[in-house]
Design a protein around this ligand. Structure first.
Ligand SMILES: Nc1ncnc2c1ncn2[C@@H]1O[C@H](COP(=O)(O)OP(=O)(O)O)[C@@H](O)[C@H]1O
Ligand SMILES: [Mg+2]
Length: 600
């Protein structure tokens, strides 16, 4: 259903209130009550002033002024006490609102991270998801103030408006009705501007994205070598400024139109107020109301208009965030598509994993990426996967580790369909190092220890893993040893080379001793062949009773596998040992001799 602008604004307010409530219910209540009180306390103050004024008028020229001053003092003290209370409320309210805004920002980030960790890979790798998600993630910080501040103003303005209308009702029901009537044009103008801001927001979010992108290149220190050689900074900075100026000018233009429209809308109100004012003068001169009441009603009248216009502004301010809030709500309500419920897993792997006639496509409307794959991964077996870029090797591994479910066909573990097994536990059996594995910029100990988070404190075994991949000496030589951060962004942090990162990554994998299936998806491309050989030997040793799958372009290691799968355009076109495949004189033999020639 398409929501109109007003419904969208209400939706935004509701969702943000819910989030605020979810993050900190006590603080939310406190803020709303204080905001309400602040709004309500205006009227007792007005009323006391009315009483004071009336006393003064009654006693003008009175000879017994000392008696009068006594009773007026009470009123003045009351008036001061209200002022004091409002001051205290305002102080606390200001602090609580700031706190809530900051907290909102951080909690939203945590909420986003938590939800993301619950979602599965098919959801996350979807381009549409990525597009929306990047937007949400980037904007979360910028939005917090614009949401929390106006939202917490609403009770104040609402209370102010309702009480002033109530007070004017006592003056005359028609005056109360009139106040509401002259407020209506505000709603129409605001609706119009809600639409304008919405369209603008749409346009601007694309521009923000461009700006973010440019900032990313400019601010990252990683590619400054290239930026310098190409002398790009000036060009990029001016481009960023242009985008920024466009956004600011667009914003200023709408603001100007809005202020102008507000002025026009104010005219009926002003006429009405003039009318009521004359009416009040008439009542006061005819002594039907006191001077104090005259002042009291007049102030209430102005308060009604001020509160109403502030209320609509807050509404509008919140509404500017509609797209963000509706995307955020969409994201927070997403459910994973892979069924994570499933039976218990058998203990240690007995036979292995079997892939039977698996067909796979990433999305319904895309091409088949895997086309009828049959392969077995038996316990203790070392399997190499070779094939050209884009052949489907990584995809096959994603199916094996159940990041995706096969579109057609089955994958079984010890004869059981993995779709019927407990999904997180199934994945717990794996240690996978992908091509673009993570460079954790924590300490060296943690970077390796993350392989098995329960043993992240076990330095001895972490060192053992580091020794096996030849990174131990290097880590020991760092100023803080194993506690040294592996990122130049931190104190005493260092910058690792691609090859060093791969050694850390593999050490992390070796440290994951509980894993029964080890998968390496071309992570050794940046270490020299000799080092790869050494690492590979270590892997062979530790994976004696495990399944080892490695995707590699280096035939010197590939040839040592028990079984080699040759993947081509989504099919396994050849499989067998090095000897058998060479005899076959097919694709494998061809690729092998091509590389062997290069080494001669
Ligand atoms: N998340 C994804 N969504 C859509 N297509 C993808 C995705 N990942 C990979 N592909 C496509 O699947 C094909 C096989 O990719 P991949 O399995 O990574 O090949 P390889 O690892 O053999 O180089 C490529 O055409 C690639 O563009
Ligand atoms: Mg790949």
């Amino acid at each position: 259903m398409h929501k109109d602008e007003f419904q969208q604004a209400i939706f935004t307010i509701r969702q943000v209130s819910k989030l605020l409530w979810k993050i900190n219910p006590r603080l939310t209540i406190l803020i709303f009550i204080l905001s309400l009180l602040w709004g309500l306390l205006t009227f007792p103050a007005f009323y006391l002033e009315k009483l004071i004024l009336d006393r003064i008028v009654e006693n003008i020229g009175s000879p017994v002024w000392k008696n009068v001053i006594y009773s007026i003092s009470f009123l003045i003290i009351g008036r001061i006490l209200i002022e004091l209370t409002r001051n205290i409320i305002s102080g606390f309210l200001g602090f609580f609102r700031q706190y809530a805004s900051k907290n909102f920002h951080i909690e939203i980030e945590l909420l986003i991270a938590g939800q993301l960790s619950k979602l599965d890979i098919p959801t996350i790798e979807d381009p549409e998801f990525q597009d929306k998600f990047n937007k949400i993630e980037r904007e979360a910080g910028r939005r917090a103030w614009g949401l929390v501040m106006p939202l917490t103003d609403i009770p104040n303005y609402l209370a102010g408006f309702i009480s002033s209308v109530g007070i004017l009702y006592f003056l005359h029901p028609l005056v109360a009705a009139g106040v509401i009537l002259v407020s209506l044009p505000w709603i129409f103008v605001d609706r119009k501007f809600i639409k304008k801001w919405y369209d603008f927001e749409f346009e601007v979010s694309a521009k923000h994205r461009i700006r973010g992108h440019i900032a990313h290149y400019l601010i990252r220190t990683k590619n400054h070598l290239e930026l310098r050689i190409l002398n790009l900074s000036r060009y990029l900075i001016s481009k960023m400024r242009i985008v920024h100026t466009e956004v600011m000018t667009g914003e200023a233009k709408i603001h100007k139109q809005q202020e102008l429209a507000k002025t026009y809308t104010y005219i009926p109100s002003l006429l009405f107020y003039a009318g009521v004012n004359i009416y009040l003068v008439y009542l006061a001169i005819g002594v039907r109301i006191s001077i104090g009441s005259y002042e009291f009603f007049l102030r209430s009248l102005l308060a009604a208009s001020q509160n109403f216009s502030s209320l609509t502004s807050s509404f509008l301010e919140i509404y500017e965030n509609y797209v963000f809030v509706s995307d955020l709500t969409w994201f927070l309500n997403l459910e994973p598509v892979i069924n994570s419920k499933g039976g218990i897993l058998p203990g240690k792997i007995k036979t292995g994993i079997e892939i039977k006639d698996v067909w796979f496509k990433y999305r319904e409307d895309s091409d088949w990426i895997l086309k009828g794959i049959n392969a077995t991964f038996f316990e203790g077996e070392k399997i190499a996967v070779v094939g050209e870029n884009g052949a489907g090797k990584t995809t096959l591994i994603k199916i094996l580790a159940r990041f995706y479910d096969a579109t057609l066909g089955t994958v079984t573990l010890d004869g059981q369909d993995i779709k019927k097994l407990n999904y997180p536990k199934y994945q717990g059996k794996f240690a996978v190092l992908f091509q673009d594995f993570e460079d954790y910029s924590f300490s060296a100990r943690e970077s390796i220890g993350f392989g098995d988070i329960d043993r992240v404190e076990n330095l001895e075994e972490i060192m053992e893993a580091a020794k096996k991949t030849g990174i131990h000496e290097y880590i020991q030589s760092l100023p803080l040893g194993y506690e040294n951060p592996l990122s130049p962004h931190f104190h005493k942090g260092v910058n690792l080379s691609g090859g060093q990162w791969q050694r850390v990554g593999i050490a992390r994998m070796l440290f994951r001793k509980k894993a029964e299936i080890l998968i390496l998806d071309e992570p050794t491309s940046n270490v020299d062949p000799e080092a790869e050989e050494k690492i590979f030997n270590e892997l062979m040793k530790i994976s004696k009773n495990k399944i080892l799958v490695f995707v590699s372009q280096r035939f010197s290691t590939v040839r040592r596998a028990d079984k080699i799968l040759v993947v081509d355009k989504g099919r396994v076109i050849e499989q067998g040992s090095h000897g058998a495949l060479m005899k076959l004189r097919g694709k494998y033999a061809q690729l092998f001799s091509l590389q062997a020639k290069g080494y001669k």
